[in-house]
Design a protein around this ligand. Structure first.
Ligand SMILES: Cc1cc2nc3c(=O)[nH]c(=O)nc-3n(C[C@H](O)[C@H](O)[C@H](O)COP(=O)(O)OP(=O)(O)OC[C@H]3O[C@@H](n4cnc5c(N)ncnc54)[C@H](O)[C@@H]3O)c2cc1C
Length: 306
């Protein structure tokens, strides 16, 4: 990106446009170098203009929700990062348990508001950080429930700023996977839930929340589970634990001694420290169990082979 790109984009945006913005401020890991440009557009029209401009001028663009599943490299990102987490926040919960949510709404807020209105089906998502857009893109899930279970439709913008509607039948969801195209940004989603018994809903929420607090190192910054659980085999955390790596530390990053599939930032971790731990866990588990661990988190920036 050059200065004239920045000047042009600045003219299109009334929302925040931050230059050389440190990504440790925008990720739950608290790690990451600077992005050339971090934008929080105020309106769909602003967003469309930026998308059009960046695709026409071949500028790298990345969509970020609240950065709770992302490791950004220490040298940062050369391009534009767009986040809707502060500006696309409308949430509509209808009497018939249909929910229309902008993608910047925090998932926790949707769960809290919907369950308090007696809507069931999302209790186990309590405590999953992130935006509705990020959750849907990742098909976030917990305790055998995934956000896609009650998905109806979504509106995305493609790289030229055109609106596209995706219905349930148009999208494939899998374990931490959706088939939404990488170069399109999710702006709104509709879910169709059902009403349930308020006491049962509260009980399920409490169970999920307690289980999370007991098993996860929530005192520290992290990006949640680093690896996906291998299919039909032991969970990644179990394999890493049995490989003797709990508590293993490199620089400011540590394989949590509470949950071995979490890498925590002990205060001053670099992305490179996390990457070294990822490599170590992958290699050790492969040597010991002949199981290949795949990343659940997304990497942004230059990392080389992992
Ligand atoms: C303590 C902790 C616990 C966690 N527990 C769980 C858990 O139980 N289950 C689980 O599934 N996850 C868990 N996570 C991971 C994370 O919270 C989820 O993946 C979350 O849904 C990511 O949302 P986000 O808005 O932060 O997305 P980001 O991390 O910002 O982005 C994730 C991906 O989604 C894409 N994306 C984000 N927004 C958009 C958009 N508007 N349009 C298109 N693409 C977009 C990004 O490009 C990126 O590829 C946990 C994380 C932490 C820190």
């Amino acid at each position: 990106m050059n200065q004239s790109d920045i000047d042009n984009i600045q003219l299109m945006i009334q929302g925040d446009l931050l230059l050389n913005e440190p990504m440790h401020k925008h990720t739950t890991f608290g790690i990451g170098g600077n992005a050339s440009c971090y934008i929080m557009p105020k309106t769909i029209n602003e967003l469309k203009k930026v998308l059009k401009y960046s695709s026409k001028n071949n500028i790298n663009t990345f969509f970020m929700g609240s950065g709770s599943n992302i490791l950004v490299s220490d040298i940062g990102y050369n391009g534009i990062i767009i986040s809707l987490k502060r500006t696309f926040k409308t949430l509509e919960i209808k009497e018939d348990a249909t929910i229309n949510s902008d993608s910047g709404v925090m998932l926790g807020s949707m769960v809290k508001k919907a369950t308090s209105k007696g809507i069931k089906g999302m209790e186990s998502l309590v405590g999953v950080p992130g935006t509705v857009g990020g959750a849907l893109y990742m098909n976030a899930g917990a305790y055998d429930h995934e956000i896609s279970n009650y998905f109806e439709s979504a509106i995305l913008l493609d790289q030229f700023g055109n609106e596209k509607m995706y219905k349930k039948k148009d999208v494939k969801f899998g374990y931490r996977y959706s088939s939404f195209p990488k170069n399109e940004i999710l702006i709104k989603a509709t879910f169709k839930y059902h009403k349930g018994n308020p006491e049962t809903i509260l009980k399920k929420k409490k169970t999920a929340s307690l289980s999370r607090k007991t098993s996860q190192p929530l005192k520290y910054r992290s990006a949640g589970s680093i690896f996906k659980n291998p299919e039909k085999k032991s969970p990644a955390g179990y394999l890493i634990d049995k490989s003797g790596l709990k508590g293993f530390t490199i620089g400011g990053a540590q394989i949590s001694d509470k949950h071995a599939n979490f890498i925590i930032n002990k205060g001053n971790a670099k992305a490179e420290d996390v990457i070294q731990l990822i490599k170590l866990a992958k290699q050790t588990v492969f040597e010991k169990y002949n199981i290949k661990l795949d990343l659940e988190i997304k990497l942004l920036g230059e990392f080389g082979a992992i």
